[in-house]
Design a binder for this molecule. Structure first.
Ligand SMILES: [Zn+2]
Length: 69
């Protein structure tokens, strides 16, 4: 199960749960264990004050042995 990350509004500190837009960023180089880190970013809208902000949705490491989170 992927870890749930909390993304808090930088303005008021309210926690935004679901991003309205996500995209993946793949690290160009593997780590020592030859795994590639994939970071999923998301755009969130604060449910309290309506501010849009960017946060990390999840990170995954992909290697020969499968996916680690
Ligand atoms: Zn807010």
């Amino acid at each position: 199960m992927p870890k749930k990350r909390e993304n808090r509004c930088p303005e008021c500190g309210e926690t935004a749960t679901e991003p309205y837009k996500t995209w993946e960023l793949v690290a160009p180089f593997p780590d020592k264990k030859m795994r590639i880190t994939v970071t999923v970013f998301g755009m969130f809208k604060c449910p309290s004050c309506g501010k849009n902000f960017r946060g990390v949705v999840s990170k995954a490491k992909m290697g020969a042995e499968g996916i680690e989170v």
